[in-house]
Design a protein. Structure first.
Length: 281
């Protein structure tokens, strides 16, 4: 009975320490756009160091706890990958509109396409976001993209010291923004881009994600699960069509039947990533 109570107490207190750096991890301070930011480095713990992975959580999940990043980093470490978690900071409050200012929260049904004459949001016009998040203006979205790019470049430069191939894992709207950035062919030699539920709250920009992923110079692993933004789920078939149209043979799409925070799903994701990266050699 006492053992059961102890296990229950540990399970209740575990989330409180989810953001703490483990004993075999190192917190590193880097500089991007004149501002300091934190990354958490976990070394590879296998006999063969297979590569490095940069992880960028979703916009409202600084440490990636909702995507099981703590377990994922541990699993990848055991498989021979060092990891660099970019700790997200929330946007400045002045760049976020109050709740209830979104003009339209209409969801895009499966296979529906946006009208050609629909104009994108401009300036400070709030863009679409799910009801549990605050509305983000397009101006704030672009500002965040520039900061995201600078942090990715700084982390990439730091990870190059390992001398191993570097892959990128990004989630949600950050994955959508980085798909725009990487489609412009930046001077960044990534081994692979693992996109988890990529979407953009601007409907016009969101509909181009499939095309963006299909022209990336790097290999793409497109991950989907039921807990993602409905726009990302509705675009699954379109992204496969774009990959076929542009003959992107190193594009692969996988489906998970449960949220990635589930331990079994996180373990499967680590195996899928390892298998995908091994086939690139």
């Amino acid at each position: 009975m006492l053992q059961c109570l102890l296990l229950l107490c540990l399970s209740m207190t575990a989330p409180l320490f989810a953001n703490e750096v483990a004993s075999n991890e190192q917190s590193v301070t880097l500089l991007a756009q004149g501002e300091e930011f934190q990354i958490i480095h976990r070394p590879a713990m296998a006999a063969e160091h297979r590569g490095a992975v940069i992880l960028i959580p979703s916009l409202h999940d600084p440490y990636g706890n909702r995507q099981g990043f703590a377990r994922l980093r541990l699993a990848l470490s055991e498989q021979g990958y060092s990891s660099y978690l970019v700790v997200n900071t929330r946007m400045e409050q002045k760049e976020i509109e109050p709740l209830g200012t979104v003009e339209s929260t209409r969801k895009i049904p499966e296979q529906e396409t946006l009208p050609k004459n629909q104009s994108p949001a401009h300036g400070n016009k709030p863009t679409y976001v799910p009801p549990y998040q605050q509305a983000i203006t397009e101006k704030a979205l672009n500002t965040h993209r520039r900061l995201l790019e600078a942090r990715l470049e700084a982390t990439f430069a730091h990870a190059q010291a390992s001398g191993r191939p570097i892959s990128l894992i990004a989630v949600g709207q950050n994955a959508g923004l980085l798909s725009e950035f990487l489609s412009d062919y930046p001077d960044m030699q990534l081994q692979a881009f693992i996109s988890i539920g990529a979407y953009l709250s601007d409907p016009q920009r969101h509909q181009h994600i499939g095309a963006n992923l299909s022209v990336l110079a790097t290999a793409v692993l497109d991950v989907h699960n039921p807990g993602q933004h409905p726009w990302a789920l509705a675009q699954r078939a379109q992204r496969q069509q774009w990959a076929q149209k542009n003959h992107k043979l190193d594009y692969r799409q996988i489906w998970f039947s449960a949220d990635l925070i589930d331990a079994q799903q996180t373990e499967r994701l680590s195996r899928e990533i390892d298998g995908f990266l091994r086939r690139l050699f």
